[in-house]
Ligand binder design. Sequence first.
Ligand code: ACO
Length: 403
Amino acid sequence: VIDIRKLYGTTGKFTYDPGFMSTASCNSAITYIDGDKGELLYRGYPIEQLAVHCDFMEVCHLLLNGELPNQKQKTDFVANINRHSLVHEQMQFFYRGFRRDAHPMSVLVGTVGALSSFYHDSLDINDPEHREISARRLIAKMPTLVAMSFKYSIGQPFVYPRNDLSYSANFMRMMFSMPNEEYKINDVLVRALDRILILHADHEQNASTSTVRLAGSSGANPFACIAAGIACLWGPAHGGANEAALTMLKEIGSADKIGEFVKQVKDKNSGVKLMGFGHRVYKNYDPRAKLMRETCHEVLNELGLQNDPLFKLAMELEKVALEDDYFVSRKLYPNVDFYSGIVQSALGIPVSLFTGIFAMARTIGWIAQWNEMISDPEQKIGRPRQLYTGSPVREVKPISKRG
Ligand code: ACO
């Protein structure tokens, strides 16, 4: 705690807390994490139970409204979301303006931000009905936009959403079929995608969620706020880690190279990290990583890839790390990203789209958090203070007198 009277000759105290290691920025009733126990709850429900008993739409209802839906509520909720899954035809021209090899996250930041230009009739953030319709639009349109960015990048025609399919099945069809083509839905793979979405749906005040809240605290519209969250998620220390974990496994190549790799990680001068390990909050096994490892098994079995060398390598690497004092003493355990890259690859999702899938899932958390913030009577514009380290006051000299 710093006494700012000494610094600025004014009153009051503030904390200097880079990285917000120990500063709560808000009250929230959405997600609870006990990092020491490795516990994650959405609205009080353990993630392990939600992942087994619910689909993504039920979890969306829970995060947004506070309760799991009954059958009628679920049917209504799904119908309300589905009716917004199409994007305006004009959106196609946004895509055409991008290079085909643009990173999907850059396309997503642009196109999600652009949605606000289509819905100015409902951008009054103080009107709960406007907030609700924006939430539905965002949840419904994210899969369409992510799939469009993929189709555009490979030069294939866009596939329109089909509202009779589940959220995840519809997404997979938009990704992997051609217009008017019959698409055979594989329930195991659809369920795996749904689980990825559930596990990534919210994680309290992480960097991208805090970004959404900060942007929203100024009264910015929800499409702009979610675009800001996507930009933040893009960073390799946040949403990009599953891609990095997969690349790392490919670089290690085989189990006999694990020892050499771990040696490199332990050498602080090497700059090498065990990607998919460690977490700012979890100082125990990330519960999502366990579920993701299970899903990995299911998907690889379904596809006849039980002997997938990367999965075997990942499990062996995990075993070695969990027995090594370097990782044990620092409480470094696998996080959700350690296995999610392998699952997504097996589903046919290209590496460059991994973070886009994460954004699709996290949109629900971002919206729930944004909505909670707007509804909070104590809500203020986010305005962190700083510790000024620059020059004391000085006189401006005319340019002819500057040395
Ligand atoms: N590999 C090797 N050493 C590590 C790792 C790692 N993955 N993570 C942390 N450490 C070491 C640090 O070097 C440090 O060692 P020291 O005490 O000798 O200096 C110690 O463990 C503590 O690490 P911090 O960096 O202080 O932990 P922090 O909470 O700041 O970082 C982070 C968390 C960024 C996630 C880090 O563990 C990391 O970079 N992991 C790899 C990237 C990753 O998997 N990110 C995904 C996060 S989950 C998500 O975004 C969905």
